[in-house]
Ligand binder design. Structure first.
Ligand SMILES: NC(=O)c1ccc[n+]([C@@H]2O[C@H](COP(=O)([O-])OP(=O)(O)OC[C@H]3O[C@@H](n4cnc5c(N)ncnc54)[C@H](OP(=O)(O)O)[C@@H]3O)[C@@H](O)[C@H]2O)c1
Length: 252
């Protein structure tokens, strides 16, 4: 049996990933502050294992405690494979350096970078004692490799996530392990995160008008299209550990 652990499955891309995986008969463990009732219902209709864990990924102790419990629960079922999606993310704080408040800066790095590092570390550690294959998908952004004024913290967190992915993959290769770890850049999607971006100000975010135009001109990708392309690619088994995949490569 395959299990997927998805952070941020309550909405946006994470929700779309969870729904597609359930269609593929893959058991889902969802982690976010709020539960998505539609996912619960869908899994129940398909007779699939599903569990939601409420967790604030900005709180390191909560992350350790909740994920120890999740890992214990899943590994004792001896799954053939665990797909770990470090998907949850926040864009805030959106502002120029010199105007940043300390709390949202720390929260961003905790959710976007520290939580994925801690969770991946825990799962790879637990997997050492088992036959279970672990595949980690870290959801990154084009902002990891392109500086966007007003997004210095978000850009930095995603750049860090890319480097963590590449380094962990190198280590696994050195160990001749079958575990894989990739980063995936989903493109500009029509989710709550884009609403947050559009609600910022021109002073804080220089490219505000461009992002408003993406929505007005219907140029934003639908999260289910992105999730479907990602899951089809993952199920093809062709993923190259350490690579940063772009949605455009998968939609071709
Ligand atoms: N949307 C885009 O255009 C875009 C572009 C490039 C990359 N991305 C990346 O894609 C991923 C998904 O983004 P999205 O657009 O789907 O965002 P979204 O719709 O805003 O959803 C964010 C998810 O993260 C969870 N989350 C946020 N803060 C959390 C916290 N403190 N603890 C636990 N969970 C938390 C939310 O769950 P709760 O609120 O229930 O906790 C929610 O499920 C992110 O990593 C993002 O950086 C998005």
């Amino acid at each position: 049996m395959k299990y997927a652990v998805i952070t941020g499955a309550s909405k946006g891309l994470g929700e779309a990933i969870a729904k597609r995986l359930i269609q593929e008969q893959i058991a889902v463990v969802s982690v976010s502050r709020f539960e998505n009732e539609e996912i619960k219902k869908l899994a129940w209709e398909k007779g699939l294992f599903y569990q939601h864990y409420s967790c604030n990924l900005a709180l390191e102790e909560e992350v350790q405690e909740v994920f120890m419990e999740i890992a214990h629960c899943i590994f004792q079922k001896n799954p053939t494979e665990i797909l770990l999606f470090n998907n949850a993310g926040v864009i805030e704080p959106i502002d120029m350096v010199g105007h940043l408040d300390q709390t949202p800066v720390i929260r961003n790095i905790q959710i976007n970078l520290i939580a994925p590092i801690l969770i991946t570390n825990l799962f790879l550690s637990k997997a050492q004692l088992t036959e279970t294959l672990v595949q980690v998908i870290n959801v990154t952004s084009g902002a990891a490799v392109r500086s966007i004024e007003g997004w210095s913290v978000y850009c930095s967190s995603k750049a860090g996530l890319n480097m963590f992915t590449q380094t962990a993959a190198l280590e696994q290769a050195e160990l001749n392990s079958n575990h894989k770890i990739i980063a995936f850049s989903p493109g500009v999607m029509d989710t709550k995160m884009q609403e947050t971006i559009r609600s910022s100000t021109k002073d804080a975010f220089k490219d505000l008008e461009q992002f408003k135009e993406y929505k007005e001109k219907d140029l934003l990708l639908k999260p289910d299209i992105v999730a479907n392309a990602l899951i089809e690619f993952l199920l093809s088994g062709n993923l190259e550990s350490g690579k940063v995949y772009q949605i455009n490569d998968l939609l071709k």
